[in-house]
Write a protein that binds this ligand. Sequence first.
Ligand code: NAG
Ligand code: NAG
Length: 329
Amino acid sequence: MARFGLVLAMALCLTISVFPDTTTAQLKPNFYGKSCPNVEAIVKKVVQQKVKETFVTIPATLRLFFHDCFVNGCDASVLIQSTPNNKAEKDHPDNVSLAGDGFDVVIKAKKAIDAIPSCRNKVSCADILALATRDVIVAAKGPSYKVELGRRDGLVSTAASVNGNLPGPNDNVDKLNKLFAKNKLTQDDMIALSAAHTLGFAHCSKVANRIYNFNRTHPVDPTINKAYVKELQAACPKKVDPRIAINMDPVTPRTFDNIYFKNLQQGKGLFTSDQVLFTDRRSRPTVDAWAKSSPAFNAAFVKAMTKLGRVGVKVGRNGNIRRDCGAFN
Ligand SMILES: *[C@@H]1O[C@H](CO)[C@@H](O)[C@H](O)[C@H]1NC(C)=O
Ligand SMILES: *[C@@H]1O[C@H](CO)[C@@H](O)[C@H](O)[C@H]1NC(C)=O
């Protein structure tokens, strides 16, 4: 009996340790090749239309995908609306502020997909978000790549699950590495994905400490470029309207490119979590390499996005295909 228990425990351990690999093995680019062969074209068309209407769709969708994958895996749990009985992921205070256009693009793409009878309720919201994310990157002139598909939508979404799982603007390299490692992402993946800050914007409150009250002896973070400090202080005066937002990439905010890394070399990283990638000698060589070579950065970014897309993927009974991306079936 005791031995049986031991064998069972070992079998369980084995199952748990091989589980991540078996889940990734099931993702593949042409997952919907038979059930909904036009899914990619449909999503792309919706994304292009939406981007034409509002540029914010681009950073919002990218941010939404990242948040989804880092909290509970890439399972569209971030899209779930809160109900009186459940405060969902999206309503955690660290939520995807300004990501409304990201939610909207997924909902519109889902509607367009489901309008085709053979596709109806065949494509997961998690996969739609993954495809839309690739398409917004391309719309911002970033690299294109094949998106692995076959994720199921998650059955759980809680605000509490966000706690401690998203990187913060004041994180250092150790903290960032730890958070990314939890998702099987390396330091290089972390640096590549941080470059998503080549697009989008942030509220002034997120940088106020760096430009007004860094520490007792230095009101301003000495790692920020002097001219950039002036620019930030002008855009974000002390009593700024909390709704005011500033570009994260001060040079090419509407283009997905490696200028993000050139900015870091010049002390023009908006957050501490950006600038430390250059000030920390462990990550600086990578920043320098990708500032120099756009193809090297693009290749690293595509690799990191593909790995990000495999995080915590749900298969079988751990998920389903949601009829409404914002609510459980
Ligand atoms: C973020 O959460 C706050 C509550 O903490 C909520 O009022 C707001 O609507 C949420 N934002 C989004 C984009 O869901
Ligand atoms: C403030 O930050 C600067 C630069 O990082 C550092 O040299 C200094 O020791 C810090 N002062 C205090 C009081 O922490």
